[in-house]
Design a protein around this ligand. Structure first.
Ligand code: PEP
Length: 256
């Protein structure tokens, strides 16, 4: 949709120390011109330990690249050893924070209720959540992907204000397509992204539904991004593996 600016975000996961992170940002900036960075909102999501370095690189050279973290605590501050508060991320200049990634849901048992609490904490800190949803292979094979994802959407957005929902980015990432080289077909991506938008329209009205950007994620590469982006309800991509290579990620950002 022309009214929604495409957003391509690179989730680096647990890769790249702060020196490597700096190098990747520099290379990325060198691979993209001003017009390309203006056409597509480009975001990097480094590990916590590289955020300060990425901030320095981006602010120092006034790069038109956004950045954010891969997780946030549901708590504001206090005795939560090992956790990172939203206010700390905001202080580092983060715009975005990934919440409810399937790897967090799977390896850290994150429930829809916890995801909801983290989304609220992110908004309280002034961060924009990239709220991840997606079905596993068994659910897909049983044909229950839409029902499953809509339940995750409902759970994650519970009790949010309409103005908050309007700002959120939702990433639809079928778990069976993450890091597997298996990409959902453009029709599969559209089916679920379209259902998410319809649900938003039903609950929050069409103005909100039309404003929210919905990303697809799952083995996105330069050679499949254009057909995925051609779907009416897909407004961007959350990219894992392919985001670790500057030229590969830049080629995805250059899709239009
Ligand atoms: C992800 O983890 O968000 C992701 C989409 O990974 P990949 O692109 O490697 O499938």
């Amino acid at each position: 949709d022309v009214t929604r600016k495409p957003i391509i975000a690179g989730n680096w996961k647990m890769n790249l120390n702060h020196f490597e992170a700096n190098l990747l940002v520099q290379k990325l900036a060198a691979s993209l011109n001003a017009a390309q960075l203006e056409a597509v909102e480009t975001v990097v999501l480094p590990p916590f330990t590289a955020l300060r370095t990425v901030q320095t690189a981006i602010e120092g050279d006034k790069l038109n690249i956004g950045y954010g973290a891969q997780d946030v605590s549901q708590h504001a501050a206090g005795a939560y050893t090992g956790e990172i508060a939203g206010s700390m991320l905001a202080k580092l200049g983060c715009t975005y924070v990934v919440i409810g990634h399937s790897e967090r849901r799977e390896y850290h048992n994150e429930s829809d209720a916890l995801v909801n609490a983290k989304i609220k904490a992110a908004f309280t800190a002034g961060l924009t959540p990239i709220f991840c949803v997606g079905e596993g292979l068994e659910i897909r094979e049983a044909g229950n992907q839409v029902e499953h994802v809509l339940a995750q959407v409902d759970g994650g957005l519970e009790d949010l204000k309409t103005e908050q929902v309007k700002q959120i980015v939702i990433a639809y990432e079928p778990v069976w397509a993450i890091g597997t080289g298996k990409t959902a077909t453009p029709d599969d991506a559209q089916e679920v992204c379209g259902a998410i938008r319809a649900r938003l329209a039903e609950k929050y009205g069409s103005e909100v539904a039309e404003a929210v950007r919905i990303q697809y994620g799952g083995s996105v590469k330069a050679n499949n991004i254009a057909q995925i982006m051609a779907q009416p309800d897909v407004d961007g991509a959350l990219v894992g593996g392919a985001a670790l290579d500057a030229e590969g990620f830049a080629a995805i950002v250059r899709f239009p």
